[in-house]
Design a protein around this ligand. Structure first.
Ligand code: IPE
Ligand code: IPE
Ligand code: MG
Length: 249
């Protein structure tokens, strides 16, 4: 396991779990076998996150753009998420994990069983505090910002909000999960150097770590290695480093 500064563990890590299809293709398997192989990787990472004492872990499980895939793959992913939330929910609960969801779950394309499993998991785990695990499902950062803008417009039209007073806080409070802190670190697997509509608003000052490892091969050791890379970064937030190498706040 990478040598980590236990006093500088990021509070919130986001993961773009990518590369399932390529992992499967490389083995002559159907893409869906890659999604199934991603499940143990996710659970190893959750255990790693608990070990490290992360407060928040957000995983990108289905994007608003993923509907454009072949209907068979989309259907598999919907069913897979229903199964996973059903099979693993109690285990996560026992581990003290609080499950939360971001994304457009009211979208009519989201099957009812997915919606009901989400609500049940949220309800069951609502008092847990060991790890907040956010499941980004039918999630798109742009859709999230558009929804916030729509709410602001509706409130302003109803005279509940002064349009001239709209600021960053006004928008932030209308995100899917206002209590979620911004991610300190966002990891993307599979060697792609993009964020694909993940946490567009919240990632303004996140550190980005890209790894060539395909998601099914990722595990808690890889998580620790990514966090070690994060710990080597200078987070300046637009400030400057003075001649002594200290960051001016
Ligand atoms: C990520 O793996 C999982 C989802 C997007 C649901 P991919 O399915 O995108 O795998 P690649 O990128 O095609 O290898
Ligand atoms: C991002 O991966 C979405 C998830 C991991 C759920 P994609 O595979 O959909 O992203 P692109 O198409 O390579 O940008
Ligand atoms: Mg992909």
């Amino acid at each position: 396991m990478a040598d980590l500064d236990r006093d500088a563990i990021p509070r919130h890590v986001g993961i773009i779990m990518d590369g399932n299809g390529r992992w499967a293709n490389a083995r002559g398997l159907h893409r869906t076998a890659g999604h199934a192989a991603g499940e143990p990787a996710l659970f190893d990472v959750i255990e790693g996150a608990l070990d490290l004492g992360l407060e928040w872990l957000t995983v990108y499980t289905f994007s608003t753009e993923n509907w454009s895939r072949h209907p068979d793959e989309v259907e598999f992913l919907m069913q897979f998420n229903v199964d996973l939330l059903e099979r693993r929910r109690d285990e996560l609960h026992e581990m003290g994990v609080r499950l939360l969801f971001i994304g457009d779950r009211d979208d009519p394309r989201v099957p009812d069983p997915v919606r009901s499993r989400m609500t049940a998991a949220e309800e069951l785990t609502k008092d847990n505090r060991t790890l907040n695990m956010v499941y980004a499902f039918n999630y798109g950062g742009r859709a999230e910002i558009a929804k916030a803008a729509r709410r602001i417009a509706i409130e302003a039209a109803a005279d509940d909000l002064d349009p001239a007073a709209v600021n960053i806080e006004t928008v932030a409070r209308r995100m899917y999960l206002p209590e979620m802190p911004d991610p300190d670190l966002i990891i993307r697997t599979s060697g792609e150097y993009r964020t694909s509509n993940f946490l567009v608003w919240q990632a303004a000052y996140s550190e980005l770590v890209f790894t060539p490892v395909l998601w099914p091969d990722f595990d808690r050791d890889e998580l620790a290695r990514c966090i070690a890379e994060y710990q080597g970064r200078d987070r300046r937030y637009g400030g400057a480093v003075d001649s002594l190498g200290e960051v001016d706040q």
